[in-house]
Design a protein around this ligand. Structure first.
Ligand code: C5J
Length: 225
């Protein structure tokens, strides 16, 4: 399959490509969660949910592998270095009791993926203690075992966990595509800069395209099997 992506065409094969949705978690996206408590406008992030839902539905229909990530620490915070915890907003740090349970702690209500994009049976859910999806998760080994060479990314936030994960993936040899309408930041200028950085210098980190472009490619593919 081919997408007329930027800066040039992105070729992929469904069997060796995974859709990776980064941290579409209640605490980042829903009103009343961690993100909003820190003063961010979460409606910016919520606005990408319909586009992401459409892509997810099309990807599922096509039979592709779906990987969801969550930024999640163990309840004892043994996987949260002080350098990460202490640099958060002093009023509400990782592990503190927040409006939707303990902040960025696995199992807490706010740590779950939003209902609209909830994982279904057979999809992978990767809890990651870092910003990147590859740090301390074993994701690379799992993808290798499955023969995955290409990754299509969406999720939040563009310049933090999405871009970090794409850079980690790029260094590990994956061809990465970012869906611009399925990713967002609390800071629109940071999203714009991240998207430009990713596709600069001949796709130095990867390619960019839109959800409808991906769905058109899926729709034009011959039936699997
Ligand atoms: C993510 C963050 N998911 N901004 N986390 O980007 O801290």
């Amino acid at each position: 399959m081919r997408i007329d992506a930027r800066p040039f065409a992105y070729d992929f094969d469904l069997a060796s490509t995974a859709l990776v949705l980064i941290d579409m978690q209640r605490d980042f996206i829903e009103p009343g969660g961690f993100g909003e408590t820190l003063g961010n406008d979460v409606s910016l992030l919520a606005a990408i949910v319909p586009a992401t839902q459409a892509v997810l539905a099309a990807w599922r229909q096509a039979g592709g592998l779906v990987v969801h990530t969550r930024e999640a620490h163990r309840p004892d915070l043994s996987d949260c270095p002080p350098a990460k915890r202490l640099r958060g907003a002093p009023s509400l740090r990782i592990g503190d009791e927040g409006p939707m349970g303990r902040i960025l702690v696995a199992g807490e209500p706010g740590n779950q993926i939003i209902d609209a994009l909830a994982p279904i049976e057979g999809e992978w859910v990767i809890d990651k203690p870092g910003k990147g999806a590859f740090h301390a998760t074993g994701l690379h080994e799992l993808l290798q075992a499955r023969g995955i060479t290409h990754l299509v990314f969406g999720g939040v936030t563009t310049e933090v966990c999405v871009q970090t994960s794409m850079r980690e993936a790029n260094d590990r040899g994956y061809d990465c595509l970012l869906l611009e309408d399925c990713t967002e930041s609390y800071f629109p200028q940071f999203k714009a800069a991240a998207v430009e950085m990713i596709r600069a210098q001949g796709a130095i980190v990867g390619w960019t395209a839109t959800g409808p472009q991906l769905m058109a490619a899926l729709a034009s593919a011959p039936p699997q099997g």
